[in-house]
Design a protein around this ligand. Structure first.
Ligand SMILES: C[S@@+](CC[C@H](N)C(=O)[O-])C[C@H]1O[C@@H](n2cnc3c(N)ncnc32)[C@H](O)[C@@H]1O
Length: 293
């Protein structure tokens, strides 16, 4: 295990033994301190996700222009909401997060950079100007579990890099809720990154490394701060099928057989829970799914 991953695991274990509120506060500070990817990088990365979103929604005749979009899992910056609002011309974006990660000073920097890069004018919400410097058509709901929120009047629900951090039971309840509360014909778009995130910190690990553990062993390896389910593509699809959601689109990437990714995957001894899947099902990454309610 790399030193960096060892440190991260130790830190999360330490935070988990603190009282919940204190653990959250320290986690928040540490994330803020160490999240040093620059703003341009974050904008470019979200722009790539938005391009993917545009391609798959266009192929399926889905428009967001003048529509209300709900984002599950706002994260640290309102990047996807800005792309939806300013490039996709959505009428309104409501973004929900279990935590409160947005900060006015970071959003002000984003407003500058985004308006220069895409030549758009970002007009701040006059009533709530002091809160986050967000534009008026982007509403932020921090400290909010999407499961506790009424989702009426929404045309499209979106998430990016969120489903892999939810418990399978939460994914089920959330989709049942969306199905019951959103407009008939509404769409749900998920971008899912189902690989073992520890491999981003320790380059020696395979993106499927976590598949060598039993459920019990894996539970002991992570905390509420780095929770990651290990659902494979067919397992996600099974959840959606069981809820009778129409699966309109599925795309994903699989590493080339001559690549280092593939070599690392083949070197793993998979836990028996994963032995009945094909290599493609186990390795399917960068999953994009569109569902219709
Ligand atoms: C890995 S972050 C991704 C953030 C952002 N979408 C991005 O692409 O950078 C996942 C986010 O989902 C949020 N989240 C997880 N479960 C949630 C729930 N039930 N309701 C609302 N937000 C949730 C977490 O708090 C976290 O901020």
């Amino acid at each position: 295990m790399s030193l960096k991953l060892r440190f991260k695991s130790f830190l999360f274990r330490f935070l988990e033994i603190l009282p919940n509120r204190l653990g959250d506060q320290v986690y928040y500070k540490v994330q803020d301190l160490f999240s040093k990817e620059d703003l341009d990088f974050k904008i470019r990365s979200s722009h790539n996700s938005f391009r993917t979103f545009q391609t798959i929604t266009w192929e399926n005749g889905i428009e967001i222009k003048d529509r209300v979009v709900i984002e599950i899992g706002s994260g640290w910056l309102p990047l996807m909401p800005y792309f939806f609002r300013y490039i996709g011309r959505a009428k309104k974006v409501e973004t929900f997060d279990l935590n409160r990660h947005y900060q006015k000073k970071n959003i002000e920097k984003l407003n500058d950079a985004f308006s220069k890069e895409y030549e758009v004018e970002i007009s701040k919400d006059k009533d709530k100007e002091s809160a986050y410097s967000l534009p008026e058509d982007i509403k932020y709901y921090p400290n909010t579990n999407i499961l506790d929120q009424k989702l009426t009047n929404c045309d499209l629900v979106f998430s990016r890099f969120v489903l892999e951090h939810m418990k399978p039971e939460t994914i089920k309840s959330m989709h049942l809720k969306i199905k019951n509360e959103s407009r008939p014909g509404a769409h749900i778009v998920h971008l899912i990154s189902p690989g073992d995130h520890r491999a981003y910190v320790d380059k020696n690990l395979s993106l499927q490394d976590f598949l060598k553990y039993s459920e019990h062993e894996w539970k002991k390896k992570h905390t509420r701060f780095d929770y990651h389910n290990r659902l494979r593509l067919p397992q996600y699809l099974k959840i959606f099928n069981k809820l009778n959601l129409e699966i309109v689109h599925v795309s994903y990437e699989v590493p080339d057989e001559n690549s280092e990714y593939y070599r690392k995957f083949k070197a793993l001894e998979l836990h028996q829970d994963y032995r009945n899947f094909t290599d493609e099902e186990l390795m399917a990454g960068a999953i994009n799914i569109i569902l219709k309610v």
